[in-house]
Structures are given as structure tokens and as C-alpha cells.
Design a protein around this ligand. Structure first.
Ligand SMILES: Nc1nc2c(ncn2[C@@H]2O[C@H](COP(=O)(O)OP(=O)(O)OP(=O)(O)O)[C@@H](O)[C@H]2O)c(=O)[nH]1
Length: 938
């Protein structure tokens, strides 16, 4: 047919509308049970043919659908055989304005990865998978295209393209035509079904291939790890060898490692390994990086894996949160209980062997403490005691004998301990004569208040302490050492003269060698002079009488000497053996004579002590210093006290931190008879407490603890009940309480104040000391006082700022004193004020009832004869029958011969009515009395 030849009408293909699109749904199955349904459209290429041209038969290449993103991720090798089915039945120039046309590029890229496919089929020029996913689910067009090679991966023979060009093709296909035309299926339904089956099969196979690849990757990783471990091991061995034999060449040892390292490591590291292998320097320590394992698809999920995933993803889901809980789960309570029971069971499994103990039992011990020492249950001991007929509680104290019964009952051994076993006994030791040297005498100045003790001591030591004392009276024991003209030393203790300091005086007398009794020549014997004489006598120490103030015009020494005789003190001038001396502290007369007499007395006493032994002494005074803590003034008795010595003092212990002498100088040591301030105590001891240096801190603590326990026991143990204590307790209950908190600057002051306050107490009101102590007033003192609404007494101490604030807030009265008698006077007045005024009854008249009448609504009227005093209207009256009061009230009316009278005197008769209906009879006595209100004094 020539070109000019026009087509004939009859040969033309009939016109018609044919379906150009085939649609169907494909269900995709993915890992983890996921699936996706994709609507697949199969577009048929529209081919324009010339009339009479035969329709080409092209079979549709299989792999249209597949839009799964998962599949995209599949490793490359899987795609190998993919390109195979690509050959387009028609060499169609791709550029079509449809997304389908973009497909060729990725396909072409995939091709080199599938060399196997290359020789089998010629490379496709334009493979257009005609699958166009209708976006029911999300997949975008791009992944679809990329996915193309993957599903085709299966070496599926079916899609093998048949070059089914039954009719000769026209060479230049019109550009507008689609890439190829899918062959119209003879039976579209069957075709669709078979395609879906194929699709499913392909997917399955792709999944299998992926799993195989993952498995391979895992094996490879394991192999690499094993190699790395082996290499590391080899390297360590090699290093060890090199260390053992440094001369040996490291090269041969390293050699085998090199290739492995090279294989495992990236190129740079491989080079280093080689360098190490040639022996010039030891191979560097290297860690072979391990490839990270790809995420396994469908493995049983382990907890570790979950943790990894959580770490990596950083996403929190409900499942993960729940998993978290599971991973953090600890042992259940039941498991814990079981394990405990098991442990208990195992503990009881063998026959338990009772441990026999040696139990230290003191003279008195609480049941609880004994149980602790025996390692037995307290309840068992109580039960045992109950069986013995002793119903005691666990906190009660039992004696040593009862304790022994219990100890033996429970199969232990008793070890009876007495106080002396724990406490120090060194004070009982006597130093041998050859170790002793002469020591200075300790002289205590005693006497009544204001008789000039401090002034005399001032005069002796050349200082002026008296002027600095509050109120001019001594309130502490001052301790001083004076070097006299002869070069000898004398230690003086100044005691307070006020009556409150009786204990201090007693203490002074007890630790002294000689007492100087100061009596003012112008005043004579006074109460505290007499008390001092008693103390001296009780202490059994010699006395020297110093008659002071002899410069004063009214002073009479002979009068004093005579007065002393009354108290059995016979001075030399009166033919006795007590030395006496006339002095004037202000004029400094008679001082030499006094010193001479002290030295003479000291010589007679032959005072000696061993300085080369652990020191022993007595606390003269103790205070709590703000900066230095507890400070004790100690008079060394024997031995030498040194800085660094460990000591026990009363119930306190410590280590000597510093020693300060009476002039305020730091000294290294204190010899016998020397008074020193000791720093380094754990607490404030009591004045009079003994101080002993011990070998070590443990011993010091042991003794201090023991002494503290004894004090505690004394305080808490109640006195045995008897009638006397019962009544006194009853009296105390009836009496009003006057609570107080006492704080003072020194232990002796506290003691004196508390003793004096207790003396003020009467049957009606009693001082109750809530707390007393040394040191400033603190918040805890205020809190304590506030609880009982008690005032706080500060003697030579003040409250700190916080305590002041607290006191203002809680309304606690802070009372400061520096003179003890001011303190006592004020407290006395306050106590009297709390009691209120007192009422005194004065009986003013007595009358005898002669007759009794009824007085209607006024009660009863009585005819009386006044026998004593007078009877007045409105006076208070009592009716007595046989000396027993049967009525107490007042007289409402008083008449004489029917006339109201204000008063009837003794010897006259009268009539009275008394308030209330009282059974009065003839013969009863009416007593009238007046009540006087008087201010109370204590
Ligand atoms: N004229 C005269 N006055 C003296 C003499 N000695 C002391 N005084 C005075 O007596 C007063 C009391 O003296 P102190 O030394 O404080 O008396 P004290 O015995 O120490 O008193 P307390 O410390 O309270 O026990 C002071 O005013 C002294 O000046 C003296 O020898 N002659």
C-alpha cells in the first residue's frame, strides 16, 4: 500500500469505548502481623494503529503493586534478580507526564546490583511498571516506584516477558503512548486472582530472603566479635611475654594478630596493626569497633533488648511504660517473706547450742539490764521472777542475790561486781616516805560575812580582789598561791562568808591543811563564825584566829578571845593551843606575824606529797566558760598534773588541754598544793569532786560512765515508802509550788542558791527547782520555764539573745542578780505574794447558851450569858458542843430586853439569832471572833 493510498472505510476498526483501566485490591502482609490493602489499577496503553494493523499481544509483567515502605528497606542483594522481568515488550520512550514515567530511573540503578540478571536479558530501556497505587493507605508514589525491583525479586518464571509481539511493531512509537500496553486478559477475574497469589508468594519469599540476610549479618557479626576477642587475648599474652622477656622481639608474637586486626579494623587501624607487627614498637592497644547489630525483625523480645530499644528510641508508649515497670520489678513481698522464713528455718535447722556467759552483776541492777547482759529476753526474766514469787516489772531494780538466782536459773555464770571494781581506788594508796617531798600548806580563810576575809587575802597576796566583788562579798572559792618572804609558798582558799555557802565552807575545810578564822574585832562572834568553827572541828584541821579590823576604833581583841571560849576555842593567850593574831587588812598590820604562824603550823604538820605519780586533786570550783567550755579550779593534792594528762573528775572525764595558774598564766604542770584552772573537761563537774589522772581514755570513760550511772540511779531510785515519807508527800501535794530555773556562773553558787531557796520553803509554799546549772541562760532554759510558767534566775549570768527573744514571746520572767541575799529576799517576797495575805482569828467573846427558842423564819434564837469578852452584831461566831464545832456562821441579831443592841459585854445576858437552822441546845458555847488580814511573810 502506497502512502497516498487512503484507507478504506470498510477496513477501519470499529470504534468503541474500551476499558483502559483494570482495578483490584491486593492485600500486603508484612512482618509483625501487619498488613495493608492496596488498590491496584492497571492502565492499558492506548495504541493508535493504522487501520488493518493487528493488535499486539503483550502480557502484563507481574510486579505492579507493592507500595510497602518496609519492602523499600530490604537489603540490596534481595533485589538481585529483580531487573530480570523488566524488559519492556515495547521500546517505549519513557517521558510521559505521568508519575509512572519516573519509574525507570530507580530500576536502572538497581540493575548493576543484579549482575546475574544482566546477561540473561537485555537491559530494559524503559521498564514501566504500570502499577499506580491509588492512595487508599498513605504510600506515596515515590516508594512505589522504588519498591518496584523488590517484589520482582522472586525468580518468578511467570512474569518472564514473552516477546509476544505477534504483529510487527511500528518502529517509532508515538511519544504520547504509554510505555507498553498491558495485554487484555481473556479472563480478568482469574488473572487478578493469580496476580494476588503471586503477589503474596513474592512477599513471602522477599521476607524469607530478608530473614536469611539478617541471619547472615548476625553470623558475620558474631564471627567478627570472636575474632576481636581472640585478638585481644593474643595481644594481652604478647604484652605479658614482652614484659617477661623484654629482649625478645615482639614481631613474631604480633604477627598473627596483624592480619586479623587488619581484617577486622578499618584501613587506618590495619596500617597501625602492620606497623606494630614489624616489631619496631609494640602494637598499640586497640579496640576493634564492632558493627552495630541490625534490628532483628521477629525475635523473641528479651528484656535487655527492650532496654536498648528504649534507650535508642526515646519514645514512651503505654506498652513501654508497662514494660518499664516490669523491668524495674523487685522481689515480691511473698518472696521476701519466704526467704526470711527459709533463713529462719535454716537457723533453727541444727540443734541450737546455748551460750553460757559470764555475767557481771553489780550490787543493784535493773531486770532489763540484767537481761541484756545475759542476752536473754527481758520477759523471760520477769516470768522467772514471777515464778519465784517476785512480781517485778522489767524496769525495776533487783539486788545482787536475786540477780544471782536468775543468772544461775538461765545457766550462766555470775560475776559479782562491786563499785570499787570499776571506780578508782588509787586514792587509797599511800606513797612511801622516800617518794614524798615537802609541799606548801593549803590555808583556808573562813569567817562571817564582811569580817574582812577577802581584804586580808588581798593584803597577803598584794592584789585587790575585794573591790571587784559584786556587793563586796565573796561568792566563790578563790584559790591563790602566795610566795612569802622566806621563799616558801602558801596556797590560800577564800571561802564565802554568807550563810548560803555552808557547803563550800565545809568543802574548804575538808581540803585544807590549816584554817584561818577571821573575826572582825569590832563585831565579834557571828553565826557564820560559829558555823566555821564547827566545820573546822569536823574536818579536824588546826585553826589560827585572825582578829581583823584592829585599826577600827571599836575593835577589842580580848573581847573576841573571851567570846571564842564559849565555842570551845581557847587561844594561846587564854592558855589554849589555838594561835591567834591581831591584824588589819586595810592597814596591812600583823600580816607578817600571821604568815609566821601559818608556816609554823605547816612545819608542825609536816606536809609532804609525792610529786612523781599520776596527779590527784580536788575541784574547788567549776564554771562553764563561753569560749573555753567547762573549766575547773583544781587543787592538786599529790602527783603532778600535766598538760595532756587524761583524767576523771567526778562523773566527767577529759584530757588536760591547758593549765592556767592563779595569775592567769599558762603553765605546763601543777605540783602538789597548787591551784590551777584545768581546761579540757567533757562537762562541768561539781565542786568537791576528786580528780584523778588515769592511764587511758577508755579507762577514764569507763569510770566516768560508772559514776554517772550511780548518780542517775540515786536520782531515780525512790526512797522506801514509810509513814513519814507518805505524810511529807501529802504535805507537798497540799503546798503550793513555786517553780524556778536557776542558772549561775559557778557550780558553788548554784549549790548555794538552791540550798538557800529550799530553806525558804514552808508547808504552804515550796520552791521547786525545775533546773539548775552553770552557764548563761539558753533557749532550752526558757522553754523549760515557759512550760511551768516559772521565772528564771540568772546569778552573774545573762540570757543569750535568742533566749531573750523567746522569753519575751512566752512571757517568761528573767531575773538577774549578783548578790545572793538580794536574790533570796526577792524570791521570798514573790513566794509570799503568790500565797496572798494571811488571815488571823482573834476570839473576842464567849457566851453560854441558857435557853433556845424558835425564831420563825430567822431560824433559832438563844438566850445567852456572856462569860468572857463581848458579843457584837455581825461578828463571826462558832457554836461548840463539848469543844467540837457544830456551827460556824455569824450573829444576825443581838437583843437585850427586846431592844436591839450593838454589843453585850461579859456578865450580861442577851438574846441572839444565828443564821441557818442549827441544832443548838442549852449548854452549848458561843464563841465570837474577829478576822484580821495580814500581809504574809516567809
Ligand atoms: N577598817 C577596816 N576595814 C576593813 C578591814 N578589812 C576589811 N575591811 C572592810 O570590810 C568590808 C568587807 O570586807 P571583805 O574583805 O569583803 O569581807 P569578807 O569577809 O571577804 O566578806 P565576804 O566576802 O562577803 O565573805 C570592806 O568594806 C573592807 O574594806 C580592816 O582591816 N579595817
Amino acid at each position: 500500500m502506497s502512502d497516498n493510498e487512503k484507507p478504506k472505510l470498510g477496513m477501519r476498526a470499529p470504534l468503541g469505548v474500551r476499558r483502559t483501566v483494570e482495578t483490584g485490591k491486593v492485600k500486603q502482609s508484612f512482618s509483625h502481623g501487619r498488613s495493608n490493602t492496596v488498590v491496584v489499577e492497571v492502565k492499558k496503553a492506548r495504541v493508535f494503529r493504522k487501520p488493518g494493523e493487528a493488535e499486539p499481544v503483550v502480557e502484563q509483567a507481574a510486579p505492579e503493586p507493592v507500595a510497602a515502605p518496609e519492602v523499600v528497606a530490604a537489603p540490596a542483594p534481595v533485589a538481585a534478580p529483580v531487573a530480570a522481568p523488566a524488559p519492556a515488550p515495547e521500546p517505549v520512550a519513557a517521558p510521559v507526564a505521568e508519575p509512572v514515567a519516573e519509574a525507570p530511573a530507580p530500576v536502572a540503578e538497581a540493575a548493576p546490583e543484579a549482575p546475574a540478571a544482566a546477561p540473561a536479558f537485555p537491559p530494559p530501556r524503559a521498564f514501566t511498571p504500570v502499577a499506580k497505587p491509588v492512595p487508599t493507605p498513605p504510600p506515596a508514589p515515590a516508594p512505589v516506584v522504588e519498591a518496584a525491583p523488590e517484589p520482582v525479586a522472586a525468580p518468578e518464571p511467570t512474569p518472564a516477558p514473552k516477546p509476544v509481539t505477534a504483529t510487527p511493531r511500528r518502529a517509532p512509537a508515538p511519544v504520547r503512548t504509554p510505555a507498553r500496553q498491558a495485554a487484555p486478559a481473556r479472563n480478568p477475574g482469574n488473572d487478578l486472582l493469580s496476580r494476588q497469589e503471586r503477589q503474596a508468594k513474592l512477599l513471602r519469599e522477599a521476607e524469607e530472603a530478608r530473614m536469611t540476610a539478617l541471619e547472615e549479618a548476625r553470623r558475620r557479626e558474631d564471627r567478627l566479635r570472636a575474632e576481636a576477642a581472640e585478638e585481644e587475648k593474643r595481644r594481652i599474652e604478647q604484652n605479658k611475654l614482652a614484659a617477661e622477656n623484654p629482649t625478645a622481639a615482639p614481631a613474631p608474637a604480633a604477627a598473627p594478630a596483624a592480619p586479623a586486626a587488619a581484617a577486622a579494623a578499618p584501613t587506618g587501624e590495619a596500617a597501625q596493626a602492620e606497623a606494630g607487627a614489624d616489631g619496631r614498637f609494640p602494637p598499640p592497644r586497640r579496640f576493634t569497633p564492632l558493627p552495630t547489630a541490625p534490628r532483628p525483625a521477629a525475635k523473641p523480645v528479651s528484656r535487655e533488648k527492650n532496654a536498648d530499644e528504649r534507650r535508642q528510641s526515646g519514645k514512651l508508649t503505654v506498652t513501654r511504660a508497662l514494660d518499664d515497670g516490669a523491668s524495674a520489678r523487685t522481689r515480691s513481698l511473698a518472696a521476701l517473706k519466704r526467704s526470711r522464713e527459709k533463713a529462719k528455718g535454716s537457723g533453727n535447722s541444727g540443734p541450737s547450742i546455748k551460750q553460757v556467759r559470764d555475767v557481771n552483776v553489780p550490787e543493784a541492777i535493773t531486770v532489763q539490764e540484767l537481761a541484756n547482759r545475759m542476752a536473754e529476753r527481758g520477759a523471760d526474766l520477769v516470768k522467772a521472777l514471777f515464778k519465784m514469787g517476785m512480781p517485778v516489772t522489767i524496769t525495776q531494780t533487783i539486788d545482787q542475790d536475786t540477780a544471782e538466782l536468775l543468772v544461775t536459773e538461765f545457766g550462766h555464770n555470775i560475776n559479782r561486781v562491786s563499785d570499787s571494781d570499776i571506780d578508782l581506788t588509787s586514792h587509797e594508796e599511800v606513797d612511801s616516805d622516800d617518794t614524798q617531798v615537802t609541799r606548801p600548806p593549803v590555808v583556808t580563810i573562813m569567817g562571817h560575812v564582811d569580817h574582812g576575809k577577802t581584804s586580808l587575802l588581798d593584803a597577803l597576796r598584794g592584789a585587790n580582789v575585794a573591790s571587784g566583788e559584786a556587793g563586796g562579798i565573796t561568792q566563790h572559792i578563790g584559790a591563790y598561791q602566795v610566795t612569802v618572804k622566806s621563799g616558801n609558798k602558801i596556797t590560800f582558799l577564800d571561802t564565802p562568808g554568807h550563810e548560803a555557802f555552808s557547803d563550800m565552807r565545809a568543802r574548804g575545810a575538808n581540803i585544807t591543811d590549816i584554817v584561818v578564822l577571821v573575826v572582825a574585832g569590832d563585831d565579834g562572834m557571828r553565826p557564820q563564825t560559829i558555823e566555821a568553827i564547827s566545820h573546822v572541828r569536823a574536818a579536824g584541821v588546826p585553826m589560827i584566829v585572825a582578829i581583823n579590823k584592829m585599826d577600827k576604833p571599836g575593835s577589842d581583841a580580848s573581847k573576841i578571845r573571851q567570846a571564842l571560849l564559849q565555842y570551845d576555842v581557847q587561844v594561846e593567850e587564854m592558855g589554849g593551843d589555838v594561835q591567834d593574831v591581831e591584824v588589819s587588812a586595810t592597814k596591812k598590820t600583823g600580816l607578817e606575824e600571821l604568815i609566821d604562824k601559818i608556816e609554823l603550823q605547816a612545819d608542825l604538820l609536816e606536809l609532804r606529797a609525792n610529786p612523781d605519780r599520776p596527779a590527784e586533786g580536788t575541784v574547788v570550783e567549776a564554771t562553764l566558760d563561753k569560749g573555753r567550755g567547762a573549766v575547773a579550779t583544781v587543787l592538786v593534792g599529790r602527783g603532778t598534773l600535766r598538760v595532756g594528762d587524761i583524767f576523771v573528775v567526778g562523773a566527767e572525764s577529759g584530757k588536760v588541754r591547758a593549765l592556767i595558774d592563779d595569775k592567769g598564766k599558762n603553765v605546763k604542770l601543777a605540783l602538789p598544793s597548787m591551784p590551777v584552772q584545768v581546761l579540757g573537761l567533757t562537762g562541768v563537774p561539781s565542786a568537791g569532786d576528786p580528780l584523778s589522772v588515769v592511764e587511758n581514755e577508755a579507762r577514764a570513760r569507763e569510770v566516768a560512765d560508772y559514776r554517772a550511772s550511780v548518780i542517775q540511779q540515786k536520782r531515780t531510785t525512790s526512797a522506801p515508802a514509810n509513814l513519814e515519807t507518805m505524810f511529807s508527800a501529802l504535805r507537798e501535794k497540799q503546798a503550793q509550788q513555786f517553780p524556778l530555773v536557776v542558772k549561775a556562773d559557778a557550780q558553788g553558787s548554784v549549790e548555794a542558791i538552791v540550798a538557800s531557796l529550799n530553806k525558804i520553803s514552808t508547808d504552804l509554799i515550796q520552791v521547786r527547782i525545775l533546773h539548775s546549772g552553770v552557764g548563761g541562760i539558753t533557749e532550752s532554759d526558757v522553754s523549760l520555764a515557759a512550760a511551768s510558767r516559772a521565772p528564771i534566775i540568772g546569778f552573774n549570768v545573762r540570757a543569750n539573745s535568742k533566749a531573750r527573744e523567746l522569753a519575751t514571746r512566752d512571757g517568761v520572767a528573767l531575773k538577774y542578780y549578783d548578790v545572793i541575799y538580794d536574790l533570796l529576799d526577792e524570791i521570798r517576797a514573790a513566794m509570799a505574794g503568790q500565797l496572798g495575805p494571811e488571815y488571823l482569828e482573834h476570839v473576842v467573846g464567849r457566851a453560854e447558851i441558857r435557853e433556845v427558842f424558835s425564831a420563825g423564819k430567822h431560824g433559832k434564837a438563844a438566850g445567852l450569858l456572856v462569860v468572857e469578852g463581848y458579843i457584837r452584831q455581825k461578828l463571826r461566831a462558832r457554836v461548840l458542843r463539848d469543844d467540837v464545832i457544830i456551827y460556824n456562821g455569824s450573829i444576825s441579831s443581838l437583843r437585850r430586853f427586846k431592844d436591839d443592841v450593838p454589843e453585850v459585854r461579859a456578865g450580861l445576858e442577851c438574846g441572839i439569832t444565828i443564821e441557818g437552822s442549827t441544832d443548838i441546845k442549852a449548854g452549848d458555847i458561843v464563841e465570837t471572833f474577829e478576822v484580821e488580814e495580814r500581809e504574809r511573810t516567809l
